[in-house]
Ligand binder design. Structure first.
Ligand SMILES: Cc1cc2nc3c(=O)[nH]c(=O)nc-3n(C[C@H](O)[C@H](O)[C@H](O)COP(=O)(O)O)c2cc1C
Length: 179
């Protein structure tokens, strides 16, 4: 059993997504854990030459479980995390186009994503249409054959009480997920 643990928040020890992703990995029967901190050790933007280096893709393919800390930046994902995704969505490796359209090739992995968002984006709420983080991550993992699971701490920028309550509730969710 191999777990790939990824963080992408820039806020270090104050990061909610880091606290949540760590809690998930600690509670899972994670086996051997490979840790990648995309803020401390960023991948460069994709270039044509970068396709020759498959180390990031190989690390993803080798993992049974992938746990990702994903903060919302400007209604979407950190560019650090996007640079990682650019290296794992590879035609012929994690998806292919066949006669019936696109087919995911990465089935069988468990992907758990810890979201941290400053506001609330529930369906029907005024900001729902600006939610491009969970929606995007669902879309790209579905595309490669994976149904991701989410834990979310929301409303973190609203105030200290809301922040504490949201993180507490999300940490409780991590217990349920790992059970
Ligand atoms: C650069 C930046 C951009 C942000 N943009 C948004 C945003 O568009 N919508 C939102 O709800 N929160 C936004 N936030 C708030 C973060 O989502 C929130 O602080 C969250 O806790 C970040 O995750 P972290 O605690 O793991 O760092 C932003 C924060 C930063 C630092």
């Amino acid at each position: 059993m191999t777990t790939l643990h990824i963080d992408s928040s820039i806020t270090g020890e104050n990061s909610a997504s880091r606290e949540l992703s760590r809690s998930i990995v600690d509670r899972l029967n994670a086996g051997s854990v490979v840790y990648r901190d995309l803020a401390a050790d960023p991948l460069p933007h994709l270039t044509l030459d970068a396709f020759a280096d498959t180390s990031v893709l190989d690390e993803f393919l080798a993992a049974d479980t992938v746990v990702i800390g994903a903060p919302m930046y400007n209604f979407s994902l950190p560019s650090q995390l996007k640079a990682w995704i650019d290296r794992i969505l590879i035609a012929g490796k994690t998806f292919r186009y066949g006669a019936d359209g696109p087919e995911g090739l990465a089935q069988g992995k468990r992907v758990i994503i810890a979201l941290a968002r400053g506001g609330f984006y529930n369906e029907g709420s005024p900001a729902a249409g600006l939610e491009f983080l969970e929606r995007y991550l669902t879309g790209i993992f579905n595309f490669i054959g994976i149904e991701p699971e989410f834990v979310a701490a929301d409303g973190l920028a609203i105030g200290p009480e809301q922040r504490a309550e949201s993180i507490k509730q999300a940490l409780g969710e991590t217990v349920r997920l790992a059970a």
